[in-house]
Design a protein around this ligand. Sequence first.
Ligand SMILES: Cc1ncc(COP(=O)(O)O)c(C=O)c1O
Length: 392
Amino acid sequence: MSEHLISTYSPLPVSFSRGDGIYLWDSDENRYLDALCGISVTSLGHNFPAVTKAIRQQAGNLLHTSNIYNIEWQQKLAHRITQLSGMDRAFFGNSGAEANEAAIKLARLYGHQRGIKNPQILVMQHSFHGRTMATLSATGSRKVQAGFEPLVSGFVRAPFNDVGSISAIAKNNKKVVAILVEPVLGEGGIIIPDSGYLNSLRQICDKNNWFLMLDEIQTGMARSGKLFAFQYEDIIPDVLTLAKALGNGIPIGACVARGKAAEVFHPGNHGSTFGGNPLACRVACTVLDAMVKNKYADNALQRGEQLVSLLKEGLAGNDSVLEVRHLGLLIGIEMKQNCQAMVALALEKGLLINVTAERVIRLLPPLTIDSLQTNELAELLIPCINTFTHNS
Ligand SMILES: Cc1ncc(COP(=O)(O)O)c(C=O)c1O
C-alpha cells in the first residue's frame, strides 16, 4: 500500500496485471476467476474484443472536444439508450454519483418550476446512491454519512419495499416531488422487493405528480436478466440513472429522462467537462450493441438460475446460510454472521467476491460467463463458504 495515497480504501494484498474474459492474472501470473466485475462494471468481461477495438480506434481519432460543440457519438449513444429504454433524452457524466446528482438537481428544478419551495425527494432506508454530498445525503446508510454533516437537506426516507409508508407520506407531505429508488438494493444486501413494487410506486407518482427516478447503476445493463430491471414490470420511469457496466470500465454515467422530466433542464442548468466525450460514448454504444446482439440478458437469466441452484445444493445443510437470493446475475448469499473474512479466503483460492451489508456475500460475475465456467465458480465458492462457517 502506498504511503502517498490518501487513505480512503483498504485494498487486499493483490494487484492485477491483465485480464481476459472472466479471468484476471496477478503480477505473479496467478489466475483468478472474477465473480465481482469491479462491482458490476466489467460485465462483458475483461478485454472484450469489440470494446478494446473501439477504444483503440477512437483513441486514434479523437478523445475530447467539449460540450461547446456537437459530439456525434454522444448523440448516437443518447439515441441508442432512449430507443432501448423507452425514454426520451439523456445527459452524460462520468460516474454513478454524477448521474444521480443530475437526477436530484432535475427533481429540485421541477419542484421549483411547479412553485414548490424547498422541494423534497423521497429516498429509501439502506439505499446507496453515491459518495458526493447530495448522493450520500440521499443514501440510507449512517456509515456513509457519518462525519460529513451538515448533510444536504431535502430528502425524506421510507422503508424499502413498503408501499403503505409511501402512501402515508404522499398524504401528509406536499413538498415531495420525486422518488429516487433502486429496483434492487445492491450495497444494501441484494434486497429484492415484492413483484409489483415498482408498479405501485409508478401509480403513487402519477397520482401525486411526482417523478419516479430509478437508480439502475448496479441493476441496469442486463445484469438483472433484463436490459433494465424496471422492464420486469409494466412501467417506464421518468428518470433512469446508469453508470458502471455502461462503459465496461471506461468511466461514464447517464441521467436519462422521459416526458415532462426530459424538458426540465435548459442550457446553463447543468454540465460536465468530460461528460459525454467521444471515447466514453463510443465505448458505451459498443457495450450496448454487444449486450443486445449477444442476448447477454438471457444468459444472465440462465446462468443465474444455474449458479443459484448449484449454490443451494452445495450449501444445503449449512445452518449459517440464511438465504440465497438473486435477480439474474445479481446474487446475494445472506449469512448468519459477519462474513467479511470470506473475501480474503476466496482470494486465496483464486476467486474474487465481495461482502456487502456485513453479512451478504455478493456475486456479480460477467454476463458472458458460460455454463462450464459457472460450474467452476460454484466449485470454488461452495467449499470456501463451508470451510469459513466450519471454522467460525
Ligand atoms: C445503486 C448505486 N448508485 C450509485 C452508485 C455510485 O456510483 P459511482 O461509484 O460510480 O459514483 C453505486 C455504486 O456502487 C450504486 O451501486
